[in-house]
Design a protein around this ligand. Structure first.
Ligand code: KG4
Ligand code: ZN
Length: 357
């Protein structure tokens, strides 16, 4: 298909796409670069054949992602990541039928690298482009597995930048019914770990330490927010003051009680999330309940959801670890479903730091 077909607005393009012969077994290249993971994946007919994730260690020294450094590292990693994804999938670049990429939300400079690569690749090979919402893709990662949720289902999406309860009516028909009013759950994990002197990203380290601790050792407050919304900034301040006072009385407090602190913080964050999810499931009378996003890798949250699901008779869907944190497989699978719908975008597409569902 000639490149000129794709140089047009999303809505203008739809009639033209009718002429595109859709491949019955489409090969989708997925690209993810919204934050600090550069990732590429190949999906053939809805099956993920490769998922290469290049992590950026440069941010550890700064206690958080430095946007300018992230985009520079994406530039270094993007071509090797795609080459490796093609190699692992045993696919040539001439086999690709469409390029799916994260358009937003995320860090603008980081997104720009993935968007520019996807556009250049599509332009060079005369391929259609598929723009993907990163938050929708976290949820659609559940369609990689054989055991898929049925619509409508509820998804608790918990990442470093977002905390949402989403009513998922169809692949691309999603309604956010609750979200954080301030910090995200992942941010609460990361900020707590910073207070404890642990390196970034702190979530996995809180998880690791929590496994050896007593979750009832310390009681942190549960915010009283109406509806299905969340707030984590008060909890963060409560943790900060608690640690400050304890360390003033005993300088070794953190070192001697690390496991109990982590277990207690993890338990509080998990109960805040699960109590809201329970209320939303009740209101919408939904029994298919999913977890998504980086914090869904958390052991306490995963175990808590399964326990609650057993009590409530829910069908619980928890992603494999490799599909919890940012990855291109979720972009490729979302791209696959958009490809089936003939939903493509044009070469004039740009990244969006904020992108509503
Ligand atoms: O979805 P994600 O990879 O990136 C964003 O889109 O933000 O989520 C990253 C977040 C970070 O805050 C990280 O600390 C947290 O997920 N995280 C965890 C665990 N693994 C990653 N939090 C708690 N326990 C974990 N095992
Ligand atoms: Zn994410």
């Amino acid at each position: 298909m000639a490149y000129t077909t794709f140089v047009c607005q999303r809505f203008a393009i739809r009639p033209l796409i009718k002429n595109l012969t859709l491949n019955a077994l489409p090969v989708i290249l997925g690209i993810e670069s919204s934050c600090d993971e550069t990732s590429a994946s190949v999906c053939v007919d809805g099956k993920i054949l490769s998922n290469v994730i290049a992590n950026q260690t440069i941010h550890e020294a700064y206690g958080g992602v430095v946007p300018e450094l992230a985009s520079r590292v994406h530039q270094q990693n993007i071509v090797p990541a795609v080459q490796q994804a093609l190699f692992n999938a045993k696919v040539s670049k001439n086999d690709i039928d469409a390029v799916a990429f994260t358009r937003g939300p995320g860090l603008l400079g980081s997104l720009l690298v993935g968007v520019s690569f996807a556009k250049a690749f599509a332009l060079a090979k005369g391929l259609p482009l598929i723009d993907i919402n990163h938050m929708q893709a976290h949820i659609l990662a559940h369609f990689i597995a054989d055991h898929k949720p049925t619509f409508p289902f509820l998804c608790l999406t918990v990442s470093g930048g977002h905390t949402q309860i989403v009513l998922v009516k169809d692949y691309f028909d999603m309604e956010v019914v609750g979200q954080t009013l301030d910090d995200a759950a992942g941010e609460a994990m990361d900020k707590t770990s910073k207070i404890l002197g642990l390196p970034y990203p702190g979530g996995p380290l809180i998880d690791k330490n929590a496994r050896k601790g007593n979750p009832d050792a310390y009681k942190f407050p549960e915010p009283q927010i109406p509806g299905f919304d969340f707030s984590f900034s008060g909890l963060k301040t409560a943790i900060l003051y608690f640690i400050r006072d304890k360390v003033a009385a005993d300088p070794n407090f953190i070192k001697d009680n690390m496991a109990d602190i982590c277990a207690s913080v993890e338990k509080r964050i998990a109960t805040i999330l699960l109590n809201k999810l329970k209320a939303a499931a009740h209101k919408y009378n939904i029994k298919d309940i999913a977890l998504a996003g980086g914090v869904s890798a958390n052991t306490g949250l995963r175990e808590g959801l399964l326990k609650l699901g057993e009590e409530k008779g829910w069908n619980c869907f928890i992603p494999k670890f490799e599909y919890c944190t940012d990855n291109a497989a979720m972009i490729a699978i979302a791209g696959y479903y958009k490809y089936l719908q003939g939903d493509f975008t044009g070469q004039n597409v740009g990244p969006l730091a904020r992108m509503p569902m």
